[in-house]
Write a protein that binds this ligand. Structure first.
Ligand code: NAP
Length: 292
């Protein structure tokens, strides 16, 4: 099938291209310079020319703190962009696979968020992503929105790579211990998206809507760092684990407020034939790749 991918240089974009090399599909992949998803004319021209069977939107404005003072651009990429893609998807009567975030929630829950739970973003990034979800829902019928969280991979910037770098530079590290979420390997998310594409190609009736795609077990940032250091030392990525100190969110202020509890339920994923990211084993694989 003909798959159009946006944001090809991001973590998800690169992982999606990797999984596609082992599959028999025609990929039309674009970076932000080739296809700015906020440019209505360009989006229409490229999509109408390629005539894909499905669109995968891996493009996003992901600088959570910068978004607080750059909301115009955050909304352009995270809300206008998905809207324009959805308009084209509706025009061609093809599905749009779009990716959103746990930051649409306020983090005040005490048990895993369901896709149907009330949203209440606490910052510009989360609000702009929520606006993107709403635009997709309004503009096209055939859509799957996958809300994900705490994305890591061998590519780009992410918590795993930051921890590995800091472990090589410092003996002691302070990491926030009062925020909980579900780490997600971008490669697992990419495989899940490919599986959704292929089910659609095979004519399976997909239940369009919003799903939560994230790691199978929750942890705090501090706990995640502990796991990373343990595995990184064992696989030879770092020579020695640094001393890890637990701190509170108050001790690590950021421009954008982070949700305290952004654990999401992945139960509904079975409805679209995919399973949650087994993040601990995926982390082993990412660390092996970082070791070479
Ligand atoms: N990373 C996380 O922890 C996390 C957590 C929850 C949800 N998510 C969501 O997961 C998805 C994938 O995230 P990721 O970690 O792969 O993001 P990423 O690594 O930051 O990649 C995003 C990509 O989008 C591209 N982009 C930015 N503006 C664009 C535009 N106007 N037109 C086209 N492309 C544009 C960027 O290209 P340039 O670099 O050229 O600007 C970048 O390659 C996003 O929807 C994100 O909101 C991520």
């Amino acid at each position: 099938m003909r798959i159009l991918l946006t944001g090809k240089h991001g973590q998800l974009g690169r992982c999606f291209q990797d999984v596609l090399t082992r599959a028999n599909h025609e990929l039309f992949a674009y970076d932000s310079a080739e296809l700015n998803i906020a440019d209505a004319q360009l989006v229409a021209a490229i999509i109408q020319q390629v005539k894909p069977d499905i669109i995968v939107n891996a493009a996003a404005y992901t600088a959570v703190d910068k978004a607080e003072t750059d909301s115009e651009n955050a909304y352009l990429v995270n809300a206008t962009g998905p809207k324009l893609l959805a308009i084209q998807a509706a025009d061609l009567d093809i599905p749009l696979i779009h990716v959103s975030t746990d930051y649409v929630f306020d983090g005040a829950a005490v048990e895993p968020y369901l896709p149907t739970d009330e949203t209440n973003p606490q910052g510009v990034y989360g609000a702009s992503k929520l606006a993107g979800e709403q635009a997709v829902k309004a503009e096209c019928e055939k859509y799957i929105i996958l809300r994900t969280a705490w994305v890591f991979s061998e590519y780009g910037n992410n918590f795993v790579k930051t921890m590995v770098r800091l472990a090589k530079e410092r003996d002691v590290l302070n990491v926030v211990a009062d925020q909980y979420g579900c780490p997600t390997y971008a490669g697992d998310l990419a495989k899940a998206i490919l599986r959704i594409c292929e089910q659609y190609e095979q004519g399976k009736v997909l239940a369009w809507g919003i799903y939560h795609y994230c790691g199978d077990s929750p942890i705090s940032w501090h706990g995640f760092a502990r796991v990373i250091f343990f595995k990184a030392e064992r696989s030879g990525v770092i020579a020695k684990r640094p001393q890890l100190k637990a701190i509170s969110s108050d001790q690590y202020p950021t421009p954008a407020k982070r949700p305290e509890y952004s654990v999401m339920s992945t139960e509904a994923l079975a409805d679209i034939g995919v399973q949650a990211s087994l993040w601990r084993s995926s982390l082993d694989m990412v660390l092996r790749r970082l070791a070479v």
